[in-house]
Write a protein of this length. Structure first.
Lengths: 471, 370
């Protein structure tokens, strides 16, 4: 498999390879929204006492994915907007929250495989699954053409696969077996950063004899490089934590409540991984780890993460990492003629290119003025999807949506590398996200129009046949 | 430093909307950003950005032509300094006027054009012609197309082409014999005054070669021959050019394909001429051709302009081959002795077509993917 594009950015503030346990919080602030989910259907009442594993809310648009209560406590609904606040938090023994009769009812209706999928969803493991192309939540009852299990992290500061697997390799293999039991004959691809590493050998020894797991050594847009076509059915993608969650839900029948979250970035005094549950107060993380007075908190990685505003009080259910980035403070004097021993760029325009790779201390500065595109081609070189960002940018500038579509803007995986390297400081990724939304909207309109026409045609036919019958 | 920032902040309101000098906002912005990096921060993802910006990219080009500029001082005297000043002043005026009309910032791209332009002119050209040429190049070659990033032709070459066609006599009378002294002309202002000691109008090596007079390769290599101000010294151009390739501001594909196709075609012509005598215009060994005239300068600094060359990598190969072969054709089979200017301008014309073809193939391939 050939890997194209990509750019290895070395950043200081990479989380170290240990997991720290955080102190138990007294109050949890569980956001009702995350990147994919919107838990609008609240099923608990204000003041109700819940135990851990209870369903607090559901997302009706995403196959009823539940928001599980990570701890026991008392629910407060109206305390903070868009949050479920859990007070008097205590840690109870986790319990299996599924009544026997309900299970037998589901078993009768859906069969052996169906009940497994039901349990995945009810115990909170299903939210770790992604559709490889759309990144949405796949249909839990659908049949995928393949499952991709990725231990890689494209983002520099997100929870690493090796950290999550530490001491849990047997759970991982068990999880893979459980995944296999969901399928009929479809393959599972296990993606590792380097199949020759010691760690990969360890995994290989563990899963020896499981012919259905194919080892893949490199990534790009994995599905594309594996030769999987979008038209041939959905592809499920799941990360390390997802496999562990599957193991927990299906083998132990326990809800998945705690995640490993990375704390990284240049504004952190000791970048690390922590074990925390959704709703963990961000203020506690801030107090413990952030030393910069003015720092930007990002939910997710440094390239694709979302700004974590002050209105969000706790970790959301999908959080994989918190990145802290110091804000730009000083304006540099004669920045463009400095030799640049301490800064590295994609092209070798600074003195640091004579030096071995080192980690640079980044801030939120754009570091240059916005200028028109000069077709330097850097964006095309780094693009892992193999599209031409600068060309699409120019078509968008001229409003040529058809050409944009022809240049396959839909293949863009929103990695943000093109915006990162652009010397003209264009916001390429945001433009493409906007363009993709526009194209989707247009397609939807066309589809609706066609449906309407079809309906009119049918009515016409029906009317005619009735008239004929009358005659 | 802090005091300067305070002054800038103090005078800023004069240039903002409603201030007295709001028309000159682009000039103010250019000056401010010359001293201090902008204070803008990222809004959404990606939250960090590469330190490289256009200012840095353009200063890399300027650094890489410094050896050629020093060679021009050495061989043709300090008058060249005046040429640079006139070129910058005239070009910047055009650029600033357009920036004010468009209400955009002054773009860095001009600083490259402004230094490249005097380097490709004969050293004795009148100063008013320098100003006129660069103003024409920037106006017609760049601003009319929409400014930086949107021009089809290299503005410096457009200016040069204009002067060559409009004032052929004045241009051909401006070639001068370079200094052969050890200190060069570093300490004298070399005027066009014919009474000056060693100011002799001399034809360029390529013109001399047409009449059978060949200068030695070593002179071409070091640069002590007549020619445009910055194009004579092959070694210094290669030095700057390799630096430019190393920083990846210029594409090595363009340079290699131009020089490669040129060497192959010239070699073929020479060996063809050796077999069958009477081949028109074939003279000198391949290396001599490579070092003579503006080929190296054009290949390293003119053709590699990312805006006017094709964007795709495959397109760059085709583009380079086009330029290399057209140069050979013009040099050997036409009345012109120096064809690089025209070859690169022709290459600029075909660049969008080449891109169209390469991108068309790529789209066909992409269609089947995913």
């Amino acid at each position: 498999m050939k890997f194209r594009g990509g750019h290895n950015i070395l950043l200081s503030g990479r989380p170290e390879g240990v997991v720290r346990i955080m102190p138990e919080p007294e109050v949890l602030y569980i956001p009702l929204r995350s990147r994919r989910f919107d838990f609008s259907e609240v099923v608990v009442k204000d003041g109700q006492r819940v135990s851990n594993g209870d369903t607090l809310a559901k997302d009706p648009d995403n196959y009823g994915v539940p928001l599980l209560s990570p701890r026991a406590g008392v629910v407060r609904l109206n305390k903070d907007e868009n949050h479920i606040v859990l007070e008097e938090v205590t840690k109870h023994e986790e319990r299996v929250d599924m009544s026997k009769e309900e299970l037998s009812h589901i078993e009768r209706r859906m069969g052996e495989a169906g009940i497994k999928r039901y349990r995945l969803n009810a115990l909170g493991a299903w939210q770790f699954f992604y559709d490889a192309h759309t990144r949405a939540l796949p249909d839990p009852l659908g049949t995928p053409q393949a499952i991709i299990v990725s231990t890689l992290s494209l983002e520099p500061f997100l929870a690493r696969g090796d950290v999550q697997l530490y001491k849990r390799l047997s759970s991982f293999t068990r999880g893979l077996e459980q995944l296999q039991s969901l399928l009929e004959y479809q393959p599972i691809y296990l993606v590792l950063p380097d199949i020759k590493s010691d760690f990969a050998n360890l995994i290989r020894n563990h899963i020896r004899g499981h012919a259905w797991v194919k080892m893949v050594d490199d990534f790009s847009i994995l599905a594309r490089n594996l030769g999987l076509k979008r038209s041939e059915g959905p592809i499920w993608a799941v990360r390390t934590e997802g496999v562990l969650a599957v193991d927990r839900a299906l083998t132990l029948s326990k809800p998945c409540l705690v995640r490993i979250v990375s704390i990284g970035g240049t504004g952190v005094n000791s970048p690390t991984h922590i074990k925390a549950m959704p709703g963990y107060p961000i203020q506690m993380i801030r107090d413990k780890y952030v030393f910069e007075p003015v720092a930007r908190m990002i939910n997710g990685g440094i390239l694709t993460g979302e700004l974590l505003g002050t209105e969000t009080l706790g970790l959301d259910t999908e959080c994989r990492g918190i990145t802290i980035l110091p804000e730009l403070k000083d304006r540099e004097f004669f920045g463009f003629i400095r030799p640049g021993w301490d800064r590295s760029c994609y092209a070798a325009c600074y003195l640091s290119s004579l030096r071995k790779s080192f980690s640079e201390r980044f801030t939120t500065g754009v570091r240059g003025e916005g200028r028109p595109c000069i077709s330097c081609n850097f964006c095309e070189e780094v693009c892992p999807a193999g599209i031409t960002p600068h060309l699409i940018h120019k078509y968008l500038y001229r409003d040529l949506i058809e050409e944009v579509e022809q240049n396959r803007v839909d293949l863009c995986i929103e990695c943000g590398l093109c915006s990162f390297v652009c010397p003209s400081k264009l916001d390429l990724m945001q433009q493409f996200i906007e363009a993709k939304r526009l194209i989707e909207q247009e397609k939807e309109e066309i589809r609706r129009e066609q449906e309407r026409q079809e309906k009119l045609h049918q009515e016409e036919l029906a009317r005619k046949s009735i008239e004929e019958g009358n005659e | 430093m802090k005091r300067l920032l305070k002054i800038i902040e103090a005078v800023r309101p004069t240039f903002e909307e409603g201030g007295k000098l709001r028309l000159f906002k682009p000039v103010f912005g250019a000056l401010e950003h010359f001293f201090f990096a902008p204070s803008t921060t990222t809004i959404g993802a990606p939250h960090v950005r590469d330190p490289l910006d256009l200012k840095r990219l353009m200063s890399m080009v300027i650094i890489s032509v410094v050896p050629a500029v020093l060679a021009a001082f050495y061989f043709f005297g300090l008058r060249f300094f005046l040429m640079i000043i006139v070129s910058y002043a005239a070009g910047l005026t055009v650029e600033a006027i357009f920036a004010m009309v468009r209400k955009e910032g002054i773009n860095e791209g001009f600083f490259v054009t402004g230094i490249l332009f005097p380097l490709i002119l004969p050293p004795g050209v009148p100063l008013w012609m320098v100003g006129l040429g660069v103003a024409f190049g920037v106006f017609i070659g760049k601003e009319l197309f929409g400014g930086t990033g949107r021009n089809i032709f290299n503005p410096a070459l457009v200016g040069r082409c204009f002067l060559a066609l409009a004032y052929p006599k004045a241009m051909s009378a401006s070639w001068f014999e370079p200094s052969h002294r050890l200190t060069g002309r570093l300490f004298e202002y070399f005027s066009v005054d014919p009474s000056a000691a060693d100011a002799v109008t001399v034809a360029t090596p390529l013109v001399q070669a047409k009449s059978g007079q060949m200068c030695s390769i070593s002179h071409l290599f070091l640069g002590s021959v007549s020619g445009s101000a910055g194009e004579t010294s092959a070694i210094l151009i290669i030095l700057g050019g390799v630096f430019l390739l190393f920083t990846r501001v210029a594409s090595w594909r363009t340079v290699v394909s131009i020089l490669g196709s040129f060497i192959v075609l010239t070699g073929a012509l020479i060996s063809g001429g050796a077999i069958k005598c009477g081949m028109p215009g074939v003279f000198g060994p391949v290396m001599w051709h490579l070092f003579a005239g503006g080929l190296l300068f054009g290949a390293f600094f003119m053709a590699t302009d990312p805006v006017t060359s094709p964007t795709t990598n495959a397109g760059k190969w085709l583009y380079g081959i086009t330029i290399g072969s057209i140069t050979v054709l013009i040099r050997n089979f036409t009345g012109y002795v120096e064809g690089v200017t025209f070859a690169i301008l022709l290459g600029n014309i075909v660049a969008p077509i080449i891109d169209e073809i390469v991108i068309g193939i790529r789209i066909r391939r992409l269609r089947s993917e995913g």
